[in-house]
Design a protein around this ligand. Structure first.
Ligand SMILES: Nc1ncnc2c1ncn2[C@@H]1O[C@H](COP(=O)(O)OP(=O)(O)O)[C@@H](O)[C@H]1O
Ligand SMILES: [Mg+2]
Length: 413
């Protein structure tokens, strides 16, 4: 498999993730190599799986990146899936998530300079705003200004002139104070949180003149963990693309707006494994599961999407109720699976699904699930084949009468 990177990084923004990740994958017996996305000599079809990691020079060559995604998608499996990446490249996805109940930093999306001017004129006296393009990364063309600063409108004009969409937001002071929290969700599970420090200089441009994050591991509250999972569930719901392999949910707990989403980075988030080396194995395990378990892109993926949505609702419940809800749902599915071992049906699938549900709350279920994994894969394949056979066979009593009616006139001619 390939871990997709680029070949040069600025000194302030190095890739600290690929080397440990490749090493951890190799330790698991997976033939992983780092591979440069724009290397013309690479035969992408020779990879079973590509994991997008740090192709961080793409903003300057977006059309080339999109063409590359189209190509690799046609010849191999890519994670996160290119359809999810395309969706994620334009931050107007934030409006779709807001429609699904996710609290988002208040934002207007403007394609005309007059509308931006009206937004700025409507700001309170002395208020500060942030302007940014809808397609951006690394705080490119992102500026923090007083609303009446002519530089704000000048930045908007540059974005509009090249056909871009301007996002206008109130300054969230907690972000300027460096309290942005990146919550990482790997395969649906919260792994760690990183604060990256303040980035924008008042009056436009970047603090210190260059893009430099200062990652520090921070604690996660229950509310933040539930929020991150709810965002991932809303993403699955909006895209219909299942649980992403990795997601970085950037949040800020703001006095004025509450806990809100700044962006959901599903394409090339720095994982900061140098800050949290213990997460390397979690990511490698998740990749290994995908390498060995293509079932996840089939029927199981649809169920997993449904469960992710249900789980987000369960997260809103108080803890004792939540534990009971997970125990009841997971236990029922598990017992159904046990019953199916003697009755007809894909029992192993249900047992694993039940364990997966329970594993979101209970450590013992996580251990069972890990143990069941190797044995379960064989069972899953068998279950899937049985399921496929049953679905492709005509249901009794439906096809036959239709065929008879259709055949009847032919018999008389
Ligand atoms: N509304 C805002 N108020 C204050 N700071 C902001 C605001 N929006 C963005 N920033 C700062 O700008 C940085 C980059 O903006 P972001 O929306 O995360 O875009 P990207 O990371 O894709 O370039 C953030 O990490 C944050 O420090
Ligand atoms: Mg960001």
């Amino acid at each position: 498999m390939g871990v997709v990177v680029t070949d040069t990084y600025p000194a302030e923004d190095l890739d600290h993730d690929t080397a440990p990740l490749v090493a951890a994958l190799r330790a698991r017996g997976i033939d992983a190599t780092a591979t440069v996305w724009h290397d013309a000599g690479v035969d992408w079809a020779s990879y079973d799986l590509l994991v997008l990691r740090s192709p961080w020079d793409y903003p300057d060559r977006l059309p080339e990146l999109l063409a590359w995604l189209d190509h690799v998608e046609g010849v191999t499996r890519v994670l996160n899936p290119p359809a999810l990446v395309r969706w994620n490249l334009d931050k107007r996805y934030l409006a779709q998530l807001a429609d699904r109940g996710v609290a988002v930093v208040p934002t207007t999306y403007r394609t005309s300079l007059d509308d931006v001017r009206a937004d700025l004129a409507g700001a309170a006296p002395g208020a500060r705003v942030v302007l940014k393009p809808a397609v951006s990364a690394g705080a490119r063309d992102t500026g923090l200004f007083r609303a009446d600063d002519p530089a704000a409108l000048a930045l908007a004009a540059r974005i509009v002139d090249r056909g871009g969409v301007v996002m206008v937001q109130p300054e969230v002071p907690e972000l300027s104070a460096g309290r942005e929290k990146a919550l990482y969700v790997v395969d649906g599970r919260l792994t760690h949180a990183i604060a990256k420090g303040a980035l924008l200089a008042p009056g436009g441009g970047l603090l210190g003149g260059v893009y430099a994050e200062h990652p520090e591991q921070v604690d996660v509250t229950d509310a933040e963990a539930a929020f991150a999972r709810a965002v991932v569930a809303a993403v699955s719901d909006a895209t219909g693309l299942g649980v992403p392999l990795y997601a970085r949910i950037d949040t800020v707990d703001s006095a004025e707006h509450g806990l809100v989403l700044l962006e959901a980075e599903l394409f090339e988030p720095a994982l900061n494994l140098h800050v949290v080396p213990e997460v390397t194995d979690v990511v490698a395990d998740a990749v290994q599961a995908r390498v060995e378990d293509p079932v996840r892109s089939g029927a199981m993926a649809a169920w997993s999407r449904r469960w992710t949505r249900a789980r987000a609702q369960i997260d809103a419940l108080p803890r004792p109720v939540r534990v009971v809800a997970v125990a009841v749902v997971g236990g029922t599915v598990l017992l159904t699976g046990v019953a199916m071992l003697v009755l007809p049906g894909p029992g192993i699938v249900a047992i694993l699904a039940g364990l997966a549900v329970l594993a979101t709350e209970f450590a013992w279920a996580r251990r069972w699930l890990e143990r069941a994994h190797a044995a379960g894969r064989t069972g899953l394949d068998k279950g899937r084949q049985a399921w496929g056979r049953r679905r492709s066979a005509p249901a009794p009593g439906t096809a036959a009468p239709g065929a008879a009616r259709h055949d009847a006139p032919t018999d008389h001619t």
